[in-house]
Ligand binder design. Structure first.
Ligand SMILES: Nc1ncnc2c1ncn2[C@@H]1O[C@H](COP(=O)(O)OP(=O)(O)O)[C@@H](O)[C@H]1O
Ligand SMILES: Cc1cn([C@H]2C[C@H](O)[C@@H](COP(=O)(O)O)O2)c(=O)[nH]c1=O
Ligand SMILES: [Zn+2]
Length: 188
């Protein structure tokens, strides 16, 4: 039987990584064989763990590219039940084919990542994964400005760099609702 693809998206602080950690716990309690991956660029809290903003963590394989995910999964020779991938927004476009192959090989895949950059633009790899997913979960955060539980966007508070990729936390980013995002970005 083919595996199932679940994609969990949302702004920063919306509980994406916490959701991944809960699913890891469920699979682990069920004595399933799993592997967790994270991209090399994400060195914010740890290089060899996926860590949530609340400090909860799980051991993870740090990969430079999606090809390394394939190699690590193949090395398990069919023993895996599920694969978890954090921060898919940082991965190369080939992650789509890699994930597709893993689910066709009968392994469940959980992908977690930002759907949009601070520019309110989709991260292409997350959008492609959402398109082929069996289930998409869109999470919300509490708006840092108005305090409502309706934040769907991330606002970058520092403007020292224009690149859409810039690893960071509260020092650089807040979660906001669309109304507050518009007030903070009047050109939108
Ligand atoms: N504005 C916010 N809205 C919701 N949770 C927040 C906010 N700021 C900080 N947090 C904390 O972040 C936690 C979620 O962290 P995490 O699962 O790592 O989120 P994500 O992976 O989506 O960035 C929440 O449980 C809460 O403790
Ligand atoms: C919005 C946005 C975020 N990032 C970076 C900042 C963090 O390192 C991660 C997101 O982490 P989280 O687990 O969702 O909290 O992505 C970025 O590089 N570009 C952006 O536009
Ligand atoms: Zn708001």
């Amino acid at each position: 039987m083919a595996g199932k693809l679940t994609v969990v998206v949302g702004p920063m602080y919306s509980g994406k990584t916490s959701t991944l950690l809960s699913m890891v716990e469920i699979y682990t309690l069920g004595r399933k064989n799993i592997k967790v991956f994270k991209p090399l660029i994400d060195n914010r809290y740890s290089t060899d763990h996926v860590v949530s903003h609340t400090g909860q963590k799980v051991l993870a394989v740090n990969v430079k590219s999606s090809a390394e995910v394939t190699r690590a999964v193949e090395a398990e020779s069919g023993r895996l039940d599920a694969v978890f991938i954090d921060e898919v927004n940082f991965f190369d476009p080939q992650l789509l084919e890699v994930v597709q192959q893993i689910i066709f090989d009968g392994i469940d895949v959980f992908c977690v990542g930002l759907d949009m950059s601070y520019k309110h633009r989709p991260f292409a790899i997350t959008a492609s994964l959402m398109a082929i997913a069996d289930e998409v979960v869109k999470k919300k955060a509490v708006c840092h400005v108005c305090g409502e539980y309706n934040a769907t966007v991330t606002h970058r508070t520092s403007n020292h760099i224009d690149s859409e990729i810039d690893v960071g936390g509260m020092d650089k980013y807040i979660a906001v609702c669309r109304d507050c995002y518009k007030k903070l970005n009047p050109n939108k």
